[in-house]
Ligand binder design. Structure first.
Ligand code: HPA
Length: 241
């Protein structure tokens, strides 16, 4: 049973799917946190893996899937819809990067996106006459927040899901700062819309890779990988909450 964009069989996905944007990142994540990981789909090189979580503690051995989303809201909407609707997936946790917006957010921090403003029209027609509120699953967000430790700085609040990476609407940045928006990324609002449509759980956990106000220095590859482990820890907690 393949769907138009996923070449997996029924039962190939675990109830929870961690979803980075980049297929290579999905592969590296599967190699590092899954035992017996197997490739369940590779349509369009959007790689999906299922295995058993290899970390310590209560979650060890539990089934977990990891699949890439590609970039942007149309892309994540396609995969989230097919996973929720056709493959029995109950939870999707996006693990990605964000540009920092709020002054208190620094490169290397983690953002739990409990809500997502958006420049996209994808949720506009969901409830006629209504501005849709794109919100995360509270139980999953609470579990992620509870998994934070002293070695990481974690923020929880609203992000903005933008259709643009290289264009900023004039005046938008200052208004976002004034309204406490933590960071910008490109997928959360659409993921939350699809989860609401199917009555499923979704969460977005973001590593801050740059800051729009001060163009902070880039991280080294090693720093990036260490810091990504922070997001991953929170994402696993949300997957099994
Ligand atoms: N815009 C959108 N997505 C991002 C950014 C950004 O500046 N940085 C990391 N992900």
């Amino acid at each position: 049973m393949a769907t138009p964009h996923i070449a997996a069989e029924p039962g190939d996905f675990a109830p929870a799917v961690l979803m980075p944007g980049d297929p290579k990142r999905a592969e590296r994540m599967a190699e590092s946190i899954l035992d017996d990981a197997r490739l369940v789909t590779s349509t369009r090189n959007i790689l999906g893996f299922t295995g058993r979580y290899n970390g310590a503690g209560d979650f060890k051995g539990r089934p977990l899937s990891i699949m890439a989303s590609g970039m942007g809201m149309p892309s994540i909407s396609i995969y989230a819809t097919e996973l929720f609707d056709q493959y029995g997936v109950e939870r999707i946790i996006r693990v990605g990067t964000a540009g920092g917006i709020a002054a208190q957010v620094s490169v290397g921090d983690v953002i739990i996106g409990t809500g997502a403003h958006t420049t996209s029209s994808m949720n506009e027609l969901r409830i006629p006459g209504t501005h849709f509120s794109a919100t995360a699953d509270l139980r999953m967000a609470a579990a992620a927040l509870a998994a934070a430790d002293d070695g990481m700085t974690v923020h929880a609040g609203a992000v903005i899901s933008s259709d643009h990476f290289y264009f900023t609407i004039p005046g938008q940045f200052d208004a976002m700062v004034a309204h406490g928006v933590l960071g910008v990324e490109m997928e959360a609002a659409a993921l939350y819309g699809v989860a609401a449509q199917f009555g499923k759980g979704a969460l977005t956990i973001l590593t801050v890779s740059d800051h729009l106000a001060n163009h902070s220095a880039d991280m080294t590859a090693e720093e990036r990988e260490t810091i990504f482990q922070h997001s991953l820890k929170l994402a696993v907690a949300a997957a099994f909450a």
